[in-house]
Design a protein around this ligand. Structure first.
Ligand code: HEC
Ligand code: HEC
Ligand code: HEC
Length: 456
């Protein structure tokens, strides 16, 4: 090739790359925001006529800054991600296994050397709203700043004040193991440009103060969409399918739109409130995995009025039907519940020997209402993902502090875990699952459980 041809080809490539970037930008611009579904004019906070949807609930408005910050830190669930298994709160080190390596959360305790004790308010605001750490270091969106960007400056400052009051932990951050090109932090500049609005919360004028409070809590603080909204190819939330189901650390975060069959449209508001504040709704299942953690560290600490506001907002989200789960739960009087499926002798042996004492032959729960298997979405999910995760990891202390479900990950082989999961869905769900040892091995990797398989 001549020099001229090479130059022409290079120019062609640059133009093609620029065009691709422009198309991507235009496409990103056309994506609805998290509150895009709601009709009505969005106004600045100062222009909203109702009571302000931001800040802390009335019970706490006269509390000191640290107490207010504590409530907001819990509502935003900073502790869940910034605490390692058996580690000190907020000292970081929790692994996030991504397809291209592992990312560890940093220490956000006030230790001056290894934590964020030296950060100014402005630096902290920039990190939480824009995903940029001091020195211009770009942060990965596994830190959900595209949601937190909606938090008001006052609320972020209150969170900082609370974090400054927790015990400082001297613990160095663990380096991530991301591969090229994912280890190039500056690339997050483009991600942010496309997917982080960097806009503070704007209430919808025509909606009630309760709805707007719910919107602020759900979208800006509790970031429900980060788990419950599916993602597109470039890992941004697809709000056209808002809340219709996503994946979180190897768990299915189910459809929580108002769809009656595959969502929570048939749940009463009381049931939703109960599930959020205690991790359990009678006859509808018990929160496990990442949801149990969110309930324990976050939602459980919210006031009744804040939980009610979140439920009001949740109910207004358009119903979307999921395709990957059956739109009916198993018939509550199914004879299969007492008889059990044939053709899975290993699953049967384990269920009868290990599980039935707590869950009862009928799956109605023998020890506590929380142990009811029938009626739960997880048990009616033919991927059996959450059932298998529950078998591997258990529920720790249980969703509300009572004796929970033990972890069997270190006891069962991958094929045993698969067999008992398949047995449970066939016996108590509407469509039997067919997972195998390889599926269970994958689930072990995706979850934060540190127990490794006995099959290997
Ligand atoms: C879903 C998990 C998750 C939640 C929830 C979360 N973070 Fe993080 N955070 C991360 C990850 C992962 C990183 C590291 C990102 C990186 O290395 O690029 C991070 C980084 C940070 C940093 C940068 C620290 C440094 O040394 O560079 C700060 C500050 C921070 N988070 C504060 C918070 C606060 C405050 C909250 C709650 C309002 C919060 N995080 C909630 C996952 C989370
Ligand atoms: C860290 C990820 C994560 C976050 C954040 C999260 N969820 Fe969940 N949620 C899950 C998972 C995973 C499940 C399934 C739990 C199970 O099967 O035991 C779930 C289950 C649920 C269910 C029960 C659905 C059913 O059909 O059984 C409801 C309702 C729910 N979440 C609502 C919410 C709301 C509202 C928020 C925000 C206030 C929220 N979740 C935030 C991961 C999350
Ligand atoms: C010591 C009692 C105990 C044993 C043994 C036990 N479980 Fe559980 N299990 C529970 C409790 C309690 C819960 C509710 C979780 C909570 O309270 O945090 C639960 C929850 C579950 C769930 C989630 C239900 C939902 O609502 O989505 C599944 C699935 C499950 N167990 C399956 C099993 C299987 C399979 C076995 C046998 C390998 C087993 N359990 C053994 C006590 C037990």
């Amino acid at each position: 090739m001549t020099v001229r041809k090479v130059r022409a080809a290079t120019i062609g490539l640059v133009i093609a790359a620029l065009a691709a970037l422009l198309i991507l930008l235009a496409w990103a611009w056309l994506q609805p925001g998290p509150m895009g579904f709601a009709s009505g004019k969005r106004v600045d906070l100062t222009a909203y006529r109702g009571q302000s949807p931001t800040g802390v609930p009335i019970e706490l408005t006269s509390a000191d800054l640290v107490a207010r910050g504590r409530y907001l830190t819990q509502a935003a669930d900073c502790e869940a991600c910034h605490t390692a298994k058996d580690g000190k709160p907020f000292a970081g080190g929790r692994p996030f296994a991504l397809p291209f390596g592992t990312l560890y959360t940093p220490n956000i305790t006030p230790d001056k050397e290894t934590g964020i004790g030296n950060w100014t308010d402005a630096e902290f605001l920039r990190a939480v709203h824009q995903g940029v750490a001091p020195g211009g270091v770009r942060l990965y969106p596994a830190f959900p700043y595209a949601s937190y960007t909606m938090l008001t400056d006052d609320d972020v400052r209150a969170i900082k004040a609370y974090l400054a009051s927790v015990p400082a932990v001297h613990q160095k951050n663990q380096a991530n193991t991301l591969q090229l090109p994912y280890n190039q932090r500056w690339l997050m500049f483009f991600w942010s440009m496309l997917f982080n609005s960097n806009d503070r919360f704007k209430p919808v004028d025509s909606q009630s103060p309760e709805w707007n409070r719910g919107a602020y809590l759900v979208e800006a603080a509790a970031h429900c969409g980060e788990c419950h909204t599916p993602r597109n190819q470039i890992q941004s939330l697809n709000n056209r399918l808002k809340f219709s189901g996503g994946v979180a650390e190897g768990w299915n975060a189910y459809n929580i739109t108002g769809d009656k069959g595959t969502g929570v449209g048939n749940w009463s508001s009381e049931e939703l409130a109960s599930y959020l504040s205690s991790g359990h709704a009678a006859g509808r299942g018990t929160a496990g995995g990442p949801m149990a953690e969110a309930v324990n560290l976050s939602f459980r600490h919210m006031t009744r009025s804040d939980i009610a506001a979140m439920v009001t907002y949740l109910r207004s989200i358009p119903a979307i039907q999921s395709e990957n789960i059956p739109d009916r739960l198993a018939d509550s009087a199914s004879p299969m519940h007492s008889r059990g499926p044939a053709g899975n002798p290993i699953g049967k042996r384990i269920f009868e020997g290990v599980c039935a004492s707590c869950h009862a032959w009928t799956g109605k729960g023998a020890i506590r209402a929380e142990a009811q298997l029938t009626g739960s979405r997880a048990v009616n999910d033919p991927s059996a993902m959450n059932v298998a995760q529950m078998v591997l990891g258990g529920s720790g202390a249980g969703s509300n502090g009572a004796a929970g479900m033990p972890a069997f990950g270190a006891i069962f082989t991958d094929s045993e875990a698969a067999a008992v999961a398949n047995y449970v869905t066939a016996r108590f769900g509407s469509v039997p699952s067919h997972i195998d040892a390889a599926d269970v091995a994958k689930l072990r990797q995706q979850s934060n459980a540190t127990v490794t398989s006995r099959d290997h």
